[in-house]
Design a protein around this ligand. Structure first.
Ligand SMILES: [Zn+2]
Length: 348
């Protein structure tokens, strides 16, 4: 790969790592004091009670954090990279902006230099051949069957094709649905396999069987259809491949592929895309949305977290965040999502 002529800002990282960690962590969530130490939720493991201790050491430019649950010790830059899912350079930019410690003001602490971008070898990810997706394309999957019960079958067929949904006999179910994550260049990052209830009278209607949900990539490798030890990169919006196809369509961002499809059946004038899960709301995943108009319908249990994360990604797009799921959810349904809302309106 050739080095490019593009130039990037070069930072004096010791200044960035001297920022008060507590203030930085407050941008990503709440901070609690226990004894003389401040703690926040650890982004390196599924932390329920704040385990990440924050240590400010501005005089020695060694502010750091340490997780008493998973053992991780890290710098402010590492912390931002983990939260944002961003590169080192982007984390430097974010901390610089948050603390106003670079730029033209009197508080400038950093040396601005330019240096050529070093060529970085891309990580060797395996993509699933598009042929596999095409061979399994089918609206006979349980999810499309369920959608047809409440939406226009012609529209369901169209959307099944647009999103390249497939059908797979998994042994457990003959009609499991395949949700492929295809990026803007047409590469298939992975395929999520699920199964849905199809009877509108059942409480399981358009609910997935939680015991039967997996990513197909690893299984294809196990079956010898892909190289052994293949690594899969799930950093891809579900529906990303439709962005170049509809360059002016306003976008709606949701968490699950189910939400995207149900939403598209209800409001097909929008282009619906999904992160895949709550934790995948990352800079690298959202970058294809740059310059678009994006409305966001987080699941009820993700509103606070997504609002906080998106606050730092407004440079990608002016994300407009809806609190619908908070306002309309029955009190006991903590994980209520926009698909629950739309489906409930069709079942009355
Ligand atoms: Zn941890």
């Amino acid at each position: 790969m050739q080095a490019t002529n593009q130039h990037i800002l070069h930072y004096d990282t010791t200044s960035l790592n001297a920022v008060p960690f507590t203030t930085l962590a407050e941008h990503y969530g709440s901070v609690v004091k226990r004894g003389s130490t401040q703690f926040t939720l650890c982004p390196w493991h599924d932390d329920k009670h704040p385990s990440l201790a924050l240590y400010d050491d501005a005089p020695h430019q060694r502010s750091h954090c340490h997780c008493y649950a998973c053992g991780k010790t890290a710098s402010p830059i590492d912390f931002v990279m983990q939260h944002e899912g961003c590169t080192f350079q982007q984390a430097c930019d974010i901390i610089g902006r948050l603390f106003g410690i670079y730029g033209d003001g009197p508080a400038a602490l950093l040396h601005r230099k330019t240096k050529p971008v070093e060529p970085v070898e891309p990580k060797a990810y395996t993509y699933i051949p598009m042929d596999y997706v095409e061979q399994h394309l089918s609206a006979d999957n349980s999810f499309s069957q369920g959608l047809r019960r409440i939406f226009d079958p012609v529209l369901v067929q169209h959307l099944t094709e647009e999103y390249s949904l497939g059908c797979l006999d998994t042994g457990t179910y003959p009609d499991s649905v395949l949700f492929p994550s295809i990026d803007t260049q047409g590469r298939v990052h992975n395929i999520k396999v699920q199964h849905y209830g199809t009877a509108p009278t059942s409480p399981d209607f358009l609910k997935s069987d939680k015991r039967h949900c997996f990513w197909l990539g690893a299984q294809l490798a196990k079956q010898g259809l892909l190289p052994a030890g293949a690594q899969f990169d799930n950093d891809c919006l579900f529906g990303a491949h439709l962005l170049p196809r509809y360059p002016t369509a306003p976008v709606i961002l949701v968490e699950s592929p189910k939400n995207a499809l149900v939403g598209a059946c209800e409001r097909p004038e929008f282009l619906w895309v999904a992160t895949g899960n709550k934790g995948m709301l990352k800079r690298s995943v959202l970058s294809p949305l740059r310059g678009r108009i994006v409305m966001v319908y987080p699941d009820r249990d993700a509103i606070e977290e997504w609002e906080e994360k998106l606050r730092h990604m407004q440079d990608i797009a002016p994300f407009l965040i809806s609190h619908l799921c908070e306002h309309v959810a029955p009190e006991d349904q903590f994980k209520y999502d926009v698909a629950d809302f739309i489906i409930s309106r069709h079942l009355v």
